[in-house]
Design a protein around this ligand. Structure first.
Ligand code: TA6
Length: 273
């Protein structure tokens, strides 16, 4: 029996694509266009149990990216929280819209003392649109950092390069140095970088496929591959799995944080096509 049977999931199949979304974390863990291999990578050894983040797909990092808020778990609490399935709508034969949402709770208020609504709207067709909308329902302002932490499926790490971040400043998370990107990104070691001042599209160029990523409501992008040693230390990941994926994360991370006044909303949107 497929592991995901132990979690409540939403399956989408239309004329252009298929997708699977876990209610836990509003976590898209499968997306494939008709006739193509999946665009998102999913670890063969991923957990599919309550309280453990699925390894792969698009984990939602919210209300904190990484350890941007040290009082919260790494990447915040949304990715292991149970979202409500609000609606699934067929917009014609080739497009399906799924909406999920999360509200503050006794548990969340203990971790992060703010009232909020977090909505994830996913539009599935020959592109994958993800819109993560935060609403401040509290009577005081709050600050968030966040990311749609997308794991992209590739033929082999030695075949890929990332275009669109050349000349952008980035924080090298491995040594906390501020650097500037010189040319395309290729992967010959662990890479864990938070790029800033990003307003253009990004291309993940593989041997026989290019994946395009366009972000709105964001000016930071994280690029990560664990390479050999870190892959061995990662949970729910085969030692050699570093060869199979690259993370390109649509973010509001570090200095690209977002402050929301009461009733204000912010949407982080990523389109993969
Ligand atoms: O986005 C890159 C990163 O912050 C890496 O440093 C690595 O920790 C990765 O996220 C995965 O984090 P996780 O908490 O899902 O194991």
């Amino acid at each position: 029996m497929a592991q995901e049977q132990f979690m409540e999931i939403i399956e989408v199949n239309n004329d252009r694509a298929s997708a699977k979304i876990a209610l836990q974390g509003a976590h898209i863990f499968h997306y494939a266009r008709d006739g193509e291999r999946p665009l998102l990578w999913l670890s063969e050894t991923s957990d599919f149990e309550d309280g453990k983040a699925i390894r792969g797909g698009v984990p939602i990092c919210w209300p904190s990216f990484g350890m941007n808020n040290p009082r919260l778990p790494q990447h915040g609490f949304a990715r292991t929280a149970l979202f409500e399935h609000v609606s699934t709508k067929e917009l014609g034969d080739d497009t399906t819209e799924v909406i999920l949402k999360l509200r503050d709770s006794k548990e969340s208020l203990k971790l992060w003392a703010y009232k909020f609504e977090l909505e994830m709207k996913i539009t599935i067709s020959d592109s994958l649109e993800m819109e993560l909308t935060t609403t401040n329902l509290d009577d005081k302002s709050f600050e968030i950092t966040q990311a749609l932490h997308s794991y992209f499926n590739i033929s082999n790490i030695s075949n890929v390069k990332v275009k669109g971040l050349e000349t952008k400043p980035y924080l090298n998370a491995l040594n906390s140095e501020q650097c500037v990107q010189d040319g395309d990104i290729v992967f010959e070691e662990e890479i864990d970088r938070v790029y800033q001042e990003v307003s253009n599209g990004i291309e993940l160029i593989d041997k026989n496929r290019t994946i395009n990523i366009k972000n709105e409501g964001s000016s930071s992008v994280v690029v990560w591959n664990p390479w050999i040693e870190k892959a061995k230390r990662m949970s729910a990941m085969r030692d050699d799995a570093y060869k199979e994926f690259v993370c390109i994360e649509s973010a509001n991370a570090f200095e690209d944080f977002v402050v929301l006044e009461p009733t204000q909303i912010h949407t982080l949107k990523a389109t993969i096509y």
